[in-house]
Design a protein. Structure first.
Length: 399
C-alpha cells in the first residue's frame, strides 16, 4: 500500500473520495449511454479518444508549472515506462471491447461477467503488487461478486460466445490496468501524474484502431455538420467529466487499493439498480434472489471497508520482498539519478574519502589533534611526531 498522508487517512477524505467516485462514474456512464444509445451518437472510439487526450491537455499547465511536478517527468518515464505504456494501451481497448460486447449480449449478462472484477484484480494484485487477500478478505470478495451476479442475472439472458469473450477480455484488461495503477501508486506517482502520462498513450492506441477500422471519422463529421451544438455538448461535457473521473479513479486506487476500488465499483452497480427499480416502480417484479443479493452486497462491501478499523486485522497483506528487489528500487530511484557526477562516481563515499581512495594529495589538515598527509604518509599524533624527532636527534649526537 502507498504511504498515505494524514489528510488521505482521515475518514472525511475517504468518504469524499468514495462519493466523488460514485457520482462521477454514474454521471459519465449515464451521459455515454444517452449519447451512444438514445441520441445515436455512434462514435465510441473517437469519443473515448477525445476523453483521453483532453485529460492530458487540461493537466499540462499543472504538470509544467507546479514545483513538485516540474522537472520530474523524464525520470518518471525512465523508471516506469513499461507500466505506464501498458496502462495507457489497455485503457482504450478495454472500453471498446466492453461496448462492442453489448451488441452480442444483454446488459445484464455483461454486468454479471463484470461482477468478477474484484476477484480478477486480486489475482493481478498478487502478481503485480505482491499483495494477497487474507482468508476473511477473500470471503468478502467472493460475497460481493456473487451478490452482484444475483442482482443482475435474471436467467433469461441471451448472448453469443463472441460477445462473452469480448466482455471477459475487457474484464481482464481492466483488472490489469487497476492493479498496475495500484503498483505505481505505491511509488511517488499520484493520480494527476498517472492521468497525465497515460492519456496520450490511450489516445494513440484508439486512433490507431480507428485508422485500421475507418468506421467513425466520416460519420462524426457528418453528425457534427448537422448537429454542431449537440456534438459540442456531448464531446465537451464528456471530456470534462472524464478528466475528473480519471483523476478520482486513480485517487481511489491510492486510497482504497486496487481491490477496494473494484469492490466500490460493484457496490455502485447494485446501488444504481436498486435506486432505478425504486424510482420506476419495478420492485414488485423482483424475486427473493435479487433482494438477497442487494442485502449481501451492502453487508459485504461494508464489511470489507470497516473490518480493518473495527477488528484491527487487515483484509489483505503484502508479501515480503527480496533484498535484490529492494536494491533494484534504490538503483532506479530518480532522486539518486539526479545527484552530481562526483557522488555518482564514488557512490556514497564522502569527497574526502573519495580523494584518499584515488590517491589524490591535499594540504595538511588539522583534525582533532592529528595531521593528515595524503601522499602515502602515515597519520601521526603530535606526541608520536615529537618522540620520533627526539630519537633522530639523539642518534645524530652519538655519531
Amino acid at each position: 500500500m502507498p504511504e498515505l498522508s494524514r489528510l488521505e487517512r482521515s475518514p472525511p477524505c475517504k468518504i469524499a473520495v468514495a462519493l466523488a467516485y460514485l457520482l462521477l462514474n454514474t454521471s459519465l456512464n449515464m451521459l455515454n449511454r444517452w449519447a451512444l444509445g438514445q441520441y445515436r451518437f455512434r462514435f465510441p472510439i473517437l469519443l473515448t479518444a477525445s476523453h483521453m487526450i483532453f485529460g492530458s491537455v487540461a493537466l499540462l499547465p499543472l504538470m509544467l508549472l507546479k514545483e513538485g511536478y516540474k522537472g520530474t517527468h523524464l525520470d518518471n518515464w525512465r523508471k516506469d515506462w513499461r507500466a505506464l505504456l501498458i496502462i495507457g494501451a489497455v485503457n482504450g481497448p478495454q472500453i471498446a471491447l466492453n461496448n462492442a460486447s453489448l451488441v452480442s449480449i444483454e446488459l445484464s449478462l455483461n454486468q454479471a461477467i463484470r461482477a468478477a472484477i474484484p476477484v480478477c484484480v486480486a489475482c493481478f494484485a498478487f502478481c503485480l503488487e505482491r499483495r494477497v487477500p487474507t482468508p476473511v478478505g477473500a470471503a468478502y470478495l467472493l460475497l460481493v461478486t456473487v451478490s452482484l451476479m444475483c442482482v443482475v442475472f435474471t436467467g433469461s439472458e441471451y448472448g453469443e460466445a463472441w460477445g462473452v469473450s469480448m466482455c471477459a477480455a475487457s474484464v481482464l484488461m481492466s483488472s490489469a490496468q487497476m492493479s498496475l495503477a495500484g503498483r505505481l501508486m505505491s511509488s511517488k506517482h499520484d493520480s494527476f501524474q498517472l492521468t497525465f502520462y497515460t492519456g496520450p498513450v490511450a489516445f494513440a492506441v484508439l486512433m490507431a484502431m480507428e485508422a485500421v477500422a475507418q468506421q467513425e471519422m466520416e460519420g462524426l463529421q457528418r453528425f457534427a455538420l448537422h448537429k454542431p451544438q449537440a456534438t459540442a455538448v456531448i464531446v465537451l461535457g464528456g471530456c470534462i467529466l472524464a478528466v475528473m473521473y480519471n483523476v478520482v479513479l486513480m485517487q481511489a486506487v491510492r486510497t482504497f487499493s486496487s481491490v477496494g476500488t473494484a469492490v466500490l465499483g460493484n457496490f455502485r452497480i447494485v446501488l444504481l439498480i436498486l435506486l432505478s427499480a425504486i424510482l420506476l416502480g419495478e420492485l414488485q417484479t423482483w424475486g427473493p434472489t435479487r433482494y438477497l443479493g442487494c442485502l449481501t452486497m451492502f453487508v459485504g462491501a461494508a464489511a470489507y471497508a470497516l473490518h480493518p478499523m473495527l477488528l484491527g486485522t487487515p483484509v489483505s497483506r503484502e508479501l515480503p520482498r527480496t533484498l535484490q528487489a529492494e536494491l533494484d528500487d534504490v538503483r532506479t530511484d530518480p532522486a539518486l539519478a539526479r545527484q552530481g557526477a562526483a557522488e555518482e562516481r564514488y557512490g556514497l563515499a564522502t569527497p574526502k574519502e573519495s580523494a584518499v581512495s584515488e590517491g589524490e594529495g591535499f594540504d595538511e589538515v588539522e583534525d582533532d589533534g592529528y595531521l593528515e598527509q595524503a601522499r602515502g604518509k602515515e597519520r601521526l599524533s603530535p606526541l608520536e611526531n615529537g618522540a620520533e624527532s627526539e630519537s633522530v636527534e639523539c642518534w645524530q649526537n652519538r655519531n
